[in-house]
Design a protein around this ligand. Structure first.
Ligand SMILES: [Zn+2]
Length: 248
């Protein structure tokens, strides 16, 4: 649906600003989206000229500034870069990332509560981020799958299979066949919120909707669910930009 993203540095028409451009075959006109971590994404028709896109972003500087302030991020641009450190709040892990030249390889050196990721390969930020996302997904599988299994035993709510994905707009989902999918970005949240998502999806194995019966079950499983559900809506800002956005 979209080609390789490119990014722009705006200088000609307004204050310098970072944004990423996503070309879409389906897009008929330019549109803007501001993500909770402040990244601005422009969706553009495949043939839109760079110049038109820059002008469009410049024309919407006020709107972008307002949207970013609503998310509590500075109005200044925030570029996407491969991280030096990855903090996984869900499991209290801190990973240092080291980049080095050499044959493509990710070496995971576990330490106490985290460790070191030694990523050898080209100094290409796109490639680096891709490798780290893959690792994040593996880490998500290692952490979230057993966690879900444990809660399933605890609650007696059975599911069929679990997949770990990297979704942009949902923490998890559950199908009519009781297949649960979980977002690897859950690793960045505090344990109580992860638990809430897992219980929420397990409750969907009984009720596929968000009916009063569903929430009744959720309340029995997690009496303080309302607070957690509310916190989850704003928790996207805990997810570092590199997880969902490509470097400029
Ligand atoms: Zn739901």
């Amino acid at each position: 649906m979209s080609a390789a993203p490119d990014s722009g540095q705006l200088g000609l028409f307004g204050t310098p600003d970072d944004y990423v451009v996503r070309r879409s075959r389906r897009a008929r006109r330019l549109s803007l989206r501001v993500f909770p971590h402040g990244v601005v994404e422009v969706v553009a028709p495949e043939r839109a000229a760079e110049r038109t896109i820059r002008r469009f972003v410049a024309d919407h500087q006020d709107w972008i500034g307002r949207a970013r302030r609503e998310f509590g991020v500075a109005a200044e641009g925030c570029g996407v870069e491969p991280p030096r450190q990855i903090l996984l709040g869900a499991v209290g892990e801190q990973w240092q990332v080291e980049y080095r030249p050499g044959n493509r390889r990710l070496r995971v050196v576990p330490g106490v509560a985290g460790g070191e990721l030694q990523l050898a390969g080209p100094a290409d930020p796109h490639w680096r981020v891709q490798q780290l996302r893959r690792w994040l997904q593996r880490r998500g599988r290692a952490v979230l799958s057993p966690w879900l299994a444990e809660l399933s035993r605890e609650t007696g709510l059975a599911y069929r299979a679990v997949t770990i994905r990297r979704q942009r707009s949902r923490w998890g989902s559950c199908t009519a066949r009781h297949d649960i999918s979980l977002n690897c970005a859950l690793l960045f949240l505090e344990p109580a919120l992860v638990r809430q998502v897992l219980l929420h999806e397990l409750a969907h194995t009984r009720h596929l909707d968000h009916s009063p019966a569903f929430w009744g079950l959720v309340e029995r499983l997690a009496p303080d669910f309302e607070q957690a559900e509310k916190a989850l809506r704003g928790a996207w800002r805990s997810v570092p930009a590199w997880v969902n956005h490509d470097p400029g």
